[in-house]
Design a protein around this ligand. Structure first.
Ligand code: 3HC
Length: 296
């Protein structure tokens, strides 16, 4: 949600201060890249334990970026320190949104939870989702002209793409600012209609689910499907490695939302294997086990 169109004498960035709501993988990654590209950032989540974990993750990721970006270790350390210094944390979005230029929502993939957040924020509105139509979320926003969709990809520091979505009510000024923000974040932007999953998830999630169904049917093993897609289609990760990376709970949230809204689309049918694994707490890398085991 675009709160103001402030300009800065010091920086050419479209926005100066960015509030990111949600300190999970996506929120942390967005906060990190916003800070490393010169924005000041407030990262908001429910409690300080989660935020401590987010800040740790950001620090680790920044060190990896610094190692690649700077030959001189002192310059790398300064980059990490400066970037960390631009991020502050908060447990309530209300305190941040009064002085922010852009609010990016990166909370759980659930329409009701997203709408609840809107109602709490009243005057502001979230901005980022990956599978829920932006228009459905915008129902809760009062100033729809300042509302649009920003869809980042995990890991945000590495993935070069940003999908920028407008709803009919999004003003040209807001849309242009969101595109400019994408450029400031050093991403390549693409746009599409407010269609389920936008471009990437609309193609990627059914593909990943069909891989799960192949294994459920006993057509091939997890390892062979992954090897096949890496070596036969040039993907950096196979669909099961990627599912573990994205999180099986996130996959399930996306699929449940779609199958509820589009019950006749066979691509969006629930998967009993995915449901079972999520019920067992096998959520992928973050829980220590998904389709593969991981060291905690
Ligand atoms: N932060 C910073 N740097 C990172 C990083 C991170 N989180 N992850 C990887 N890197 C960089 C580091 O420089 C790393 O080198 P290092 O280990 O010496 O630090 C380098 O990348 C190589 O990483 P790895 O050796 O761990 O492995 P890969 O070469 O396979 O690269 C990858 C990792 C970039 C994640 C690559 O495997 C990839 O592109 N995977 C596919 C990711 C993808 O498809 N994402 C989209 C998911 S869908 C989504 O997000 C939408 C949502 O709505 C569901």
């Amino acid at each position: 949600f675009v709160r103001s169109f402030a300009t800065s004498a010091q920086r050419a960035n479209a926005f100066n201060h960015v509030t990111v709501i949600g300190g999970g993988l996506m929120g942390s990654g967005i906060a990190q890249v916003a800070a490393s590209t010169g924005h000041t950032v407030s990262l908001v989540d429910q409690d300080n334990t989660i935020l401590g974990k987010s800040m740790n993750g950001i620090h680790k990721s920044l060190e990896r970026v610094a190692k690649k970006k700077f030959e001189n270790p002192a310059a790398g350390e300064a980059f990490v320190k400066d970037t960390m210094g631009r991020i502050s944390t908060a447990t309530s979005p209300i305190t941040c949104v009064s002085h922010t230029d852009l609010v990016i929502e990166a909370i759980v993939e659930n329409l009701e939870t997203k709408k609840k957040l809107f109602r709490e924020l009243e005057a502001v509105a979230p901005d980022n989702t990956s599978s829920i139509p932006i228009t459905d979320i915008a129902v809760a926003a009062k100033r729809k002209d300042r509302f649009g969709g920003l869809h980042f990809f995990n890991p945000v520091p590495m993935m070069k793409l940003l999908e920028v979505i407008r709803i009919p009510a999004t003003s040209d000024a807001t849309f242009d600012k969101l595109l400019a923000f994408g450029k400031d974040m050093e991403k390549v932007t693409v746009s599409c209609k407010d269609t389920p999953g936008f471009i990437v998830n609309r193609l990627l999630v059914p593909y990943m689910l069909e891989a799960v169904r192949m294994v459920e049917r006993g057509d091939a093993s997890i390892q062979d499907v992954d090897t096949a897609m890496k070596l036969g289609a040039g993907y950096p990760m196979g669909p099961f490695e990627l599912s573990d990376y994205v999180g099986l709970d996130t996959m399930k949230f996306i699929l449940d939302g779609w199958s509820k809204n589009y019950p006749d689309n066979p691509l969006f049918k629930p998967s009993s294997l995915l449901d079972k694994m999520v019920a067992q707490g096998k959520l992928g890398r973050k829980s220590g086990e998904g389709f593969y085991p991981y060291k905690k």
